[in-house]
Design a protein around this ligand. Structure first.
Ligand code: SAM
Length: 354
């Protein structure tokens, strides 16, 4: 093995403060010593952050940089410092990744000319930068809720949804997940899980995956799963968009969107689930003929759903012709619906077919 010549480096082995901006960062290099062999170097930054220029909040991403070294290797500490310097940098992720790619091509770090044959190819699909606008935590968890999350969630969780664990977004093996081949249903934002557990009891031959980022809701759902002793539920305790990435195409036989967050302000309508960002991946994951049920107490949500859901490749079947007030025969209601009724709002039930 050749020992790298590190004599030209200014940062390795020294205490170096995080550069104030990407422009202030210095990317350094060392001779590769293996210029006669083509090989790929992969550098992974699983917790890359920059600031969203709209909200000023951190946007997270998983960055994978692959390059063929040629005569030079990028010195890893300087690359880490460079990527870290985006922490307080306000830019959309496209600008960050394109900037990183350009910098890798043209900036030798030390002003000695471009890195020969080097290409930095940041792999940061937009999904890696998702901003979640809802709540993840509520009141302090009760000790039994904490214990359920600790003991039951690892067994119930869907493996391969997280970006660190599955950066290539390979599809989840659903038969392996449920221990058998079975129809699989998806519930988006199950809240406390009452409806999901009700359906799991009614349909023991079906596998149900529920997605819910609100950890207190997940804990409550685990309590219901325990009480009902159902075996056919799996949970993604996070954003359903991450789950939908890794659901195999046409794999889901039914989907439920029950009282999604209403986002009542006009400027927030783009955050609603009934937007292409959510509906397109849902349409991809649903099998042809699959049913998609939506319940909401917000008339403007009905309007947007009737406009957007058909555009994503669905046909309305229930609630067409104006009767949006008749629930499905197997409908138990939900906690949120009970609250809406108490507060005098009217439920609407819409059914679509993929
Ligand atoms: C108004 S509550 C309704 C809960 C439940 N479906 C009910 O009817 O009682 C909406 C739920 O959607 C969840 N949610 C919001 N955004 C989500 C996302 N991106 N992925 C999964 N769930 C989400 C929220 O955490 C919340 O629990």
């Amino acid at each position: 093995m050749t020992r790298s010549d590190t004599s030209g480096l200014t940062q390795l082995g020294a205490s170096v403060a995080l550069p104030a901006s990407p422009d202030a960062a210095v990317i350094e290099r060392v001779p590769s010593g293996n210029a006669d062999t083509d090989y790929v170097v992969r550098f992974t930054a699983p917790e890359f952050t920059s600031l969203c220029p709209m909200t000023g909040q951190p946007d997270f991403a998983h960055i994978v940089i692959d390059y063929i070294p040629g005569d030079w290797l990028v010195e890893s500490k300087s690359l880490k410092l460079y990527l870290g310097s985006f922490r307080n940098h306000g830019a959309f992720h496209e600008d960050c990744t394109v900037g990183i790619g350009r910098r890798g091509r043209v900036d030798p770090g030390s002003g000695r000319g471009p890195l020969p044959r080097a290409r930095l190819m940041p792999e940061t699909p937009r999904r890696g930068w998702r901003t979640f606008h809802g709540r993840r935590h509520g009141k302090t968890l009760r000790p039994n809720h904490r214990a359920w999350l600790e003991h039951d969630l690892p067994r119930l969780a869907v493996p391969g949804v997280g970006w660190d664990e599955n950066p290539e977004r390979l599809p989840v093996d659903l038969p392996a997940l449920f221990g058998r081949a079975c129809p699989v249903w998806l519930e988006v934002g199950f809240g406390g899980g009452e409806h999901m557990v009700h359906q799991a009891q009614l349909h023991p031959d079906t596998g149900i995956i529920g997605a819910e980022p609100f950890v207190n809701g997940v804990a409550m759902a685990i309590g219901h799963i325990r009480a009902a002793a159902v075996e056919n539920i799996r949970i993604h305790a996070g954003d359903v968009r991450d789950l939908m990435d890794v659901l195999p195409e046409a794999s889901i036989a039914r989907a439920f969107l029950l009282y999604p967050d209403p986002w009542p302000k006009t400027k927030h309508h783009g955050r609603r689930f009934v937007t292409p960002e959510h509906l397109d991946p849902l349409a991809r994951a649903l099998a042809p003929g699959a049913e998609f049920r939506i319940a909401t107490d917000i008339p403007d949500y009905v309007r947007q759903a009737l406009q957007e859901v058909p555009r994503a490749g669905f046909t309305q079947t229930g609630g067409a012709g104006g009767d949006t007030h008749t629930p499905w025969p197997d409908w138990p209601g939900t906690r949120y619906e009970a609250k809406a009724l108490r507060e005098g709002r009217v439920p609407h039930y819409l059914t679509f077919r993929r």
